[in-house]
Design a protein around this ligand. Structure first.
Ligand SMILES: Nc1ncnc2c1ncn2[C@@H]1O[C@H](COP(=O)(O)OP(=O)(O)OP(=O)(O)O)[C@@H](O)[C@H]1O
Ligand SMILES: [Mg+2]
Length: 292
């Protein structure tokens, strides 16, 4: 399974970027550590049946090119972890997948649909691509149950009884049946995050995106959320997970993408990235994270 991935670094483009047309915001460390010529095919061979395919993704904010050329894919049922230092473009990349940001160039494919196309029905897309944020984003005036029910009524158009039944089932799955009537302010951060996960799962998404879902939590609460994410991965959910949780990335992922300076700097199996990365910068970053 993990072996079917290829390196997603588009060396041709990266060399262009790192050569005469060097963008101002690629860090020195990236410039000084070019991709080895061997072992990094110029193009990512993307299996057409991979549920998410990101090709030559570029994102510019004003004068600032935040994503230069991002290429990777995620087959159905796999977990891809995305690692990288602050500002490397992880959130921007993730947000492009469900059009919270509009890609400047490149292609994002979800199943057989080109996401960044004028024809995309954004609400329908977001129902199929669930997203969990660092800051939960729950409605403060609604109970846990109310938060999970809302999109079931508004987007899936379930009636009151059906929405309640589905919401209860999802809260039960994340271990929060006994907190259904609590408001977000009455929940711990870990519980609030599990409500946010239940809310996303209630839409029956085909893919789940997690953007540092545990970073805002007290260390004591991280485990419950990671356990829910591990169970979800075991159940076969396709997941793209931006995380600083190295043990999670190593144990749960099929594939690890390391981003730096708006490019996929290196990617591969967890064994490769953690045990024998090709590039010094990858090793240095991971060492720093593990020693934290
Ligand atoms: N809406 C925006 N407008 C302008 N610049 C932005 C915007 N969103 C992000 N950026 C810039 O894009 C770069 C990448 O940001 P991004 O949030 O994607 O990084 P990240 O890898 O998720 O970092 P962190 O680990 O801190 O969450 C940063 O330099 C940031 O300032
Ligand atoms: Mg981020």
């Amino acid at each position: 399974m993990p072996g079917e991935y290829r390196s997603g670094v588009n060396t041709e483009l990266l060399r262009m970027q790192l050569g005469s047309k060097e963008p101002a915001d690629v860090p020195d460390k990236v410039k000084n550590n070019p991709i080895p010529a061997e072992g990094s095919p110029a193009d990512v061979a993307m299996p057409p049946d991979a549920i998410i395919r990101i090709k030559n993704l570029k994102k510019v904010f004003g004068q600032n090119t935040v994503l230069h050329d991002v290429n990777f894919y995620c087959p159905k049922g796999h977990v891809v972890s995305v690692l990288g230092p602050s500002g490397s473009g992880k959130s921007t990349m993730l947000r492009c997948i469900n059009l919270l940001e509009t890609p400047t160039a490149g292609e994002i494919w979800f199943e057989d649909q080109l996401v960044n196309s004028k024809e995309t029905d954004v609400d329908a897309l977001r129902a199929k691509i669930g997203m969990v944020f660092q800051q939960f984003n729950l409605f403060p005036h609604l109970t846990a149950l109310g938060n999970v029910e809302l999109a079931l009524k508004k987007v899936r158009k379930l009636d009151k009884e059906q929405a309640k039944a589905v919401a209860i089932e999802q809260l039960d799955k994340v271990g929060l049946l006994d907190r259904a009537d609590y408001l977000p302010a009455q929940l711990s951060g870990g519980q609030a995050q599990r409500v946010a996960i239940a809310r996303a799962l209630a839409m029956e998404p085909h893919v789940m995106l997690f953007d540092e879902a545990t970073s805002a939590l007290d260390p004591s609460l991280v485990r419950d959320v990671l356990d829910v994410m591990r169970d979800l991965a075991k159940s076969g959910m396709t997941m793209i997970v931006v995380t600083h949780e190295m043990a999670f990335a190593r144990d749960v992922s099929d594939h690890v993408v390391f981003m730096e300076g708006g490019v996929v700097f290196e990617q591969g199996t967890p064994e490769k990235i953690f045990d024998h990365p090709d590039r010094d910068r990858t090793r240095e970053f991971l060492q720093g994270m593990i020693n934290e």
